[in-house]
Design a protein around this ligand. Sequence first.
Ligand code: HEC
Length: 121
Amino acid sequence: DDLTRVIRHYPASAPEGPTPTTPLPPAELELMEQGAGVAAIGNIDAPSCASCHGPGLDQTKPGFPRISGQPRPYLAQQLKLWRDGTRGGGPRKELMEKAARNLSDAEIDALALYYSQLPAE
Ligand code: HEC
């Protein structure tokens, strides 16, 4: 019937949130979903992570690094360094300092998992 056709049209995972590139235990899947939520909202000083880093963007602009698929510990470390104002960077590093300024450790953990599990675009 119509409903079955509609359901078949969409990948089974769509309503559940982002799809990890490696199998994750349920607790981590939930954390990844939280990361997707944090990535979708910005703060008073900066637009959302997703608006600059995707997913779903043509990430070929020079100076705007691709972060999808990079290792989770690396991503978390960079975000902590920016939040704490101790990371160097290129000419646009102030964008990241603003974006990371108010992140909690838990949000950083969720963001790092989320982006590490997205396919490198
Ligand atoms: C306004 C655009 C913008 C927003 C919003 C933004 N970023 Fe960035 N991001 C950049 C730019 C530009 C760089 C490169 C900065 C540099 O190296 O000087 C960068 C670098 C990074 C890096 C380092 C990548 C590498 O290869 O070392 C990470 C990780 C990162 N961003 C994650 C995030 C996360 C997570 C958020 C949301 C909290 C976010 N960014 C929000 C523009 C943005």
